[in-house]
Each structure stands twice: as C-alpha cells, then as structure tokens.
Design a protein around this ligand. Structure first.
Ligand code: GMT
Length: 375
C-alpha cells in the first residue's frame, strides 16, 4: 500500500505512535510518506520505504495566525496526487482530520483516497470540545472513511462528547517496541542518577495541567519520608516551574532531577523503580506502557485509559485522581517489598509483551486499512 501519515512531530504520544507505526509499515513493505511541519522525533534520518515531507507554513504580515490547516491540506493533496496514495492515516483529529477531508475533496476522484483518523485523547476530550473547533471536529471525524481510538474509554468519550451515533470507531491500542523498552538495557545510568540505596521514581510527560505534576512531587515527598528515594522528571512544558517550586517548598529540591526533553527514554526507564502517571485524564498513557515494557510497576490514576492498560494490584496500583496520601502508601508498599516489586514488574512486562507489542498491534492497523480500502 502507499500510505500517507500526518502527525505532530514533537515529543508526545500521538507523534511517537504515528512514527513507530509508519516505520513498522515500511519494514513490512509498504511505501510510507510522513507529512509534518518538522522531522518526527522518533524517525531516523533514512529508512527504506519511508519519505518525509515537510509542511511549509508561510508567514505574511497580515496573518497574526498563519493558516496551518491549509498548509497541511496542500501538502497532503500534493503527496496524494504525486505518489498515488491509497490512504492517508492522520493522527490527532485537530486539524489533521479536517485537512485530510479537504485534500480529498480537491482530488479529481475523491473516492480514490481513503482517510483513516486515529483519535488520541485531548483532540476529543478537551481541544475538540472547544466551541471554536467542536463542529468541524465532529464533521471531520464523521467524514473519515475509518476511525480508530487508542482505548475503549476514548471510543466511549467520542460517542458521549460528540453524540455521533453514525460513526463506527475501532479500538486499536497503542503499542511498544519490547526490544527497545526492556529491563535488559541494563542499569548503566543508575549510578549517575541516584545513590545505590535510593529508589528511583520517574515521571515522563509534557507537563501540561492534565498531568498533575504537583501531585507527582507531593507523592514523592511522602515516599521520601519513608525510604531513600529520588524523583526524576523527563520532559518539559507549562507546569514544570510549578513542579520545581513545589519540590523546593517541600524541602526535596536536592532529590528531584529535571532532565528536560530526552531523545531516548528507554535507558532511563530501565534503571528506575516506579513509574508515576497521576493524570486527571489519560486516554491511554503511552509512557506508562513503555515503563511496563521496561519492567516497571506503574502508580497511576483511575482516569480512563490507564484502567485498561494497568491491572490494578497486578502490574501496579491505580488510585483516584488527587488521592496523594493513598498513592504514597501504595508506592511505599511496592518499593518496600522486593518480592512484590519484582512480581509487579514481571507482570507489567508480560502484559506489554502479550497485549501491546508492535508485532501484535501493527497487523491490526494493516487489516483495518484493507477493510477501509474494501480489499
Ligand atoms: O491528547 C493529548 O493530550 C496529546 C497526545 C499526545 O500527542 O501525546 O496524548 C494522548 O495520546 C497519547 C498517544 O495515543 C496517549 O498515550 C495519551 O494518553 C493521550 N493523552 C491524554 O489523553 C491526555
């Protein structure tokens, strides 16, 4: 198949999934064209069967807001025409599903191009609900030839929030490369990050308010009252200063490390002891899956997608959003009992391998494409 993939190129789950999917499809012999405003962060410079097309968003003094969606549309239309694409798979509905629909209408034979849209999270639950976008997001997802959501939770949210009775949504979960994310990557970095007796707590995100990074710091502070530990933050975003300030005010500033954006997080996860994702809402939680594949128990919240990913009491613990004391107790219980920690880590790894490995999930996208193309 000749497949176009559009995604946000920056650090973030939807871009990571889109890129990993495209690379796997290319390995399986498909021709894959990535369309994005920058080189996707997980895409190597050269890979057989993959092509990267940079979207040029030109500026003009009249435009306070350059029309990005139109530039995406034009790039999609050009590539679909020149490369005779069979389908465009767009990740994150806003605005990619709309641009794809427009690009399709511009073709001489619109029916020749199928559009598959993957819903990732806030494109449905938050941004897509903004009155400035809601009606066009609904229109565009209804006009997609195929729709997927990364969890059952997100599928139900799509129905509930948009009330779109007509749309069929296929749940295809996110996946992980279980070779790259593995405990086997060793603990090369451990010595550089913590003292031998300290447990390493880790959080990876884009520090948006939905991630509740303040809770991560508060839980870590409570854990540190009970056992020697360090907290490592990976990523960057608007609430990072809040987390830094909170760590200082709780007196644990010297035991909290902010590493910023990292190209590769597999080595960091492989030497950590507990992954924390205490979000308000999470449609899936790709970073938690990568942690599980790395043999880490997850401390998370009952916030939708994480409840499908993490079996509470088996691969980690899930607590209500904001229940900081109960979260800290659960963390101490896991970290203070080597047997339990090992058991949970093994269960987390097993779930990643059995349910979410790339080998299991990528063929599901391939079959979905075939279905949409009517083959
Ligand atoms: O929807 C977002 O907030 C952004 C998006 C992203 O690009 O990182 O995250 C969402 O998609 C990820 C990949 O499918 C999921 O793992 C995240 O759970 C999801 N974020 C939220 O639902 C908050």
């Amino acid at each position: 198949m000749r497949i176009g993939i559009s995604c946000y190129p920056t650090y973030g789950g939807s871009g990571a999934v889109a890129t990993e999917l495209g690379m796997r499809l290319a390995q399986r012999g498909h021709e894959v064209h990535f369309v994005s405003y920058a080189h996707p962060f997980r895409l190597p410079r050269f890979l057989r069967n993959t092509y990267f097309h940079e979207i040029e968003v030109s500026r003009y003094p009249l435009f306070e807001y350059p029309p990005y969606s139109l530039a995406v549309t034009v790039a999609m239309h050009e590539i679909a025409t020149q490369r005779h694409l069979d389908l465009f798979h767009v990740h994150y509905a806003v605005p990619h599903a709309t641009s794809a629909w427009l690009a399709k209408q511009m073709l001489a034979e619109p029916a020749d191009l199928k559009i598959v849209t993957t819903l990732h999270g806030t494109d449905i639950t938050l941004v897509g609900q903004d009155p400035s976008y809601r009606s066009i997001v609904r229109f565009s997802i209804e006009r997609s030839d195929g729709l997927t959501a990364v969890s059952e939770y997100l599928k139900q949210e799509t129905f509930a929030k948009f009330g779109c009775v007509g749309c069929e949504v296929r749940v295809i979960p996110n996946f992980v490369d279980t070779e790259i994310f593995s405990r086997k990557r060793g603990d090369n970095l451990r010595k550089a990050l913590a003292n031998p007796e300290e447990k390493i707590l880790i959080h990876i995100s884009n520090f948006r308010p939905v991630k509740r990074v303040g809770d991560v710091v508060r839980v870590a502070a409570r854990v540190m009252e009970n056992l020697p530990a360090r907290l490592i933050f990976v990523g960057d975003g608007p609430d990072r200063p809040l987390a830094e300030e909170q760590a200082r005010s709780l007196g644990i500033g010297d035991r909290v490390l902010f590493l910023g954006k990292q190209e590769s997080v597999a080595e960091l996860l492989a030497c950590a002891d507990l992954f924390m994702l205490l979000s308000e809402s999470e449609s899936f939680g790709l970073a938690a899956l990568e942690a599980m594949a790395s043999g880490l128990p997850v401390l998370g919240t009952r916030c939708g997608g994480l409840e499908e990913l993490v079996d509470d009491g088996v691969a980690g613990r899930l607590l209500p959003v904001g229940a900081v004391d109960a979260m800290a107790d659960a963390a101490v219980e896991i970290l203070g009992d080597a047997g339990r920690w090992q058991e949970m880590g093994r269960a987390a790894r097993a779930a990643a391998e059995e349910r979410y490995s790339a080998e299991r999930v990528v063929p599901r996208y391939e079959s979905f494409y075939e279905e949409v193309l009517g083959r």
